[in-house]
Design a protein around this ligand. Structure first.
Ligand SMILES: [Zn+2]
Length: 82
């Protein structure tokens, strides 16, 4: 039989408890984050086309000023930003 100290046993108990609750909170936070992303959302509203070079890019942040990744020119969103 293994002899362990009482403080060691209590410490191990609380550390297991801590790890369990931390894992539960972390998985819950991850699940709520996954709920925020709508798979069926209309992704076409994120698509931007550069008027100068014709490059089509995706801007998930929906910024007012968008910079083309090919020709580095700036373009302004004309009012349809939500
Ligand atoms: Zn461009």
């Amino acid at each position: 039989m293994i002899k362990i100290d009482m403080f060691l046993a209590v410490g191990m108990y609380f550390s297991f408890l801590f790890v369990f609750f931390w894992a539960a909170l972390y998985s819950r936070e991850r699940a709520s984050r996954a709920d925020d992303f709508d798979v069926n959302a209309d992704l076409t509203k994120y698509v931007r086309q550069c008027p100068y070079c014709g490059h089509v890019g995706i801007d998930y942040n929906r910024r007012q000023i968008f910079r083309c990744s090919v020709c580095s020119s700036y373009m302004e969103d004309k009012g349809n930003v939500e």
